[in-house]
Design a protein around this ligand. Structure first.
Ligand code: HEC
Ligand code: HEC
Length: 344
């Protein structure tokens, strides 16, 4: 704990904090990063809201039968995704149709869900809370439970000044937590700040990455607010048409959001349906598109041959420089110990 505080303290000085954001909330805008897209004026950050959002995120009582919390599918040490499960597992062991995405640097994301079907982080949580295969609850029941709890009534009062808890505050508290999940202290970031150096292998991987991958997985976020096809084929059993399901436009068929690659070492399995278990499988896929797949976005045409095994090793070494232990083990994002769950 103490060591972490010292490490955090020593580089905090080089970060630019948004005006009005309290030091106690973990959100910050790393130097040289673009401006966040999230509108903080609609849901200003505060220590109270962040802590409350964190408690809610880890509270299974929000689900119909009090077994599933947000954290069941979004685990911190995997970048807030569900490792080992290709498709999400929710209430009563029900299996969904998509792989849980990581929750990383959401303040820079314009769309949410793999098809961008949700455009506001402040509203996103309604989906898992009420989804029949996720938490299967309804807002009336959730608010009834929260309003019955002295713990939550006090906390919501302190955070939002309301004596009766409202849906909008529940959603804002959750968003206050999820928008604060900033990951920007990986080896890659330290190299960019001149505090560390890539190994020759990582450097070679970085060069390949810039050539073949960075047009979509754009630095420094390693994502892009666009929908593309990376050539993975359609699975008839899942029937997932991606972006087209939202827009109804034929040209959006099989396009998916370009996800971040930060902490990718720990967020397996990969893709919207979790079809690839290892990074090696992902690289084999990208190297074998040419001549085998008719449908994929232009950015991938440069890679018109399989990657050699050395190139794969280099690329994987580079991808691992995007792992951020400060994020994955940040005590501020962990399961909170407080009166609410002291008895669990
Ligand atoms: C049963 C597993 C499950 C539970 C429980 C769950 N999620 Fe998710 N979450 C998912 C899946 C799957 C998606 C992707 C949905 C899609 O693309 O249609 C997702 C997407 C998201 C996203 C959008 C991320 C992005 O990059 O697009 C956020 C934010 C999120 N969840 C937050 C939460 C919060 C907050 C809770 C608790 C209220 C929660 N989730 C509960 C499985 C789950
Ligand atoms: C045309 C744009 C594009 C290019 C170029 C591209 N990708 Fe992707 N990538 C995507 C999209 C879109 C997805 C999500 C696809 C899906 O799940 O359906 C994705 C998914 C991934 C994933 C899985 C992420 C996750 O959370 O599941 C990895 C890993 C990945 N790409 C690595 C790479 C690497 C390495 C390269 C370079 C060899 C590369 N990508 C080039 C668009 C691209």
């Amino acid at each position: 704990m103490k060591a972490t505080a010292i490490i955090l303290g020593s580089f905090v000085a080089s970060w630019i904090f948004l005006a009005g954001i309290l030091d106690e909330t973990p959100f910050y805008v790393p130097t040289k990063w673009p401006k966040p897209i999230y509108d903080f004026t609609e849901n200003p950050l505060s220590q109270e809201k962040f802590e409350l959002g964190r408690t809610l995120f880890y509270d299974p009582d929000l689900s119909r039968d009090s077994t599933i919390s947000c954290a069941n599918c979004h685990l911190q040490y995997s970048g807030f995704t569900h490792i080992d499960h290709a498709l999400s597992h929710g209430i009563d062991g029900k299996i969904g149709t998509r792989n849980a995405p990581v929750l990383i640097n959401l303040a820079w994301q314009e769309f949410f869900h793999w098809d961008g079907g949700v455009s506001s982080l402040n509203k996103q949580a309604i989906n898992p809370l009420t989804h029949s295969k996720e938490m299967d609850n309804n807002l009336v029941e959730i608010l009834r439970r929260l309003n019955q709890s002295n713990f939550y009534r006090t906390r919501f009062y302190r955070a939002f000044g309301e004596s009766t808890i409202q849906t909008s505050s529940l959603l804002k508290a959750l968003a206050n937590f999820t928008v604060s999940l900033v990951s920007a202290y990986s080896t890659y970031d330290r190299v960019k700040r001149g505090e560390s150096k890539f190994t020759p292998q990582e450097q070679a991987g970085y060069k390949r990455f810039k050539k073949y991958c960075a047009s979509c997985h754009q630095e420094p976020l390693f994502m892009k607010n666009e929908f593309k096809s990376n050539g993975i084929n359609y699975m008839p059993t899942l029937g997932d048409l991606g972006r087209m399901a939202v827009t109804n436009r034929k040209e959006d068929s099989l396009l998916f959001k370009i996800p971040t690659l930060r902490n990718i070492e720990f967020s397996f399995p990969y893709m919207h349906d979790g079809r690839f278990k290892q990074l090696k499988d992902v690289l084999n896929h990208y190297g074998n598109l040419h001549g085998n797949q008719t449908y994929y976005s232009n950015e991938l045409k440069k890679l018109n041959r399989p990657l050699t095994s050395n190139e794969q090793k280099d690329l994987i070494a580079f991808l691992k420089t995007l792992s951020d232990q400060n994020f994955l083990f940040n005590p501020k994002f962990k399961y909170p110990k407080n009166e609410r769950n002291a008895s669990f």
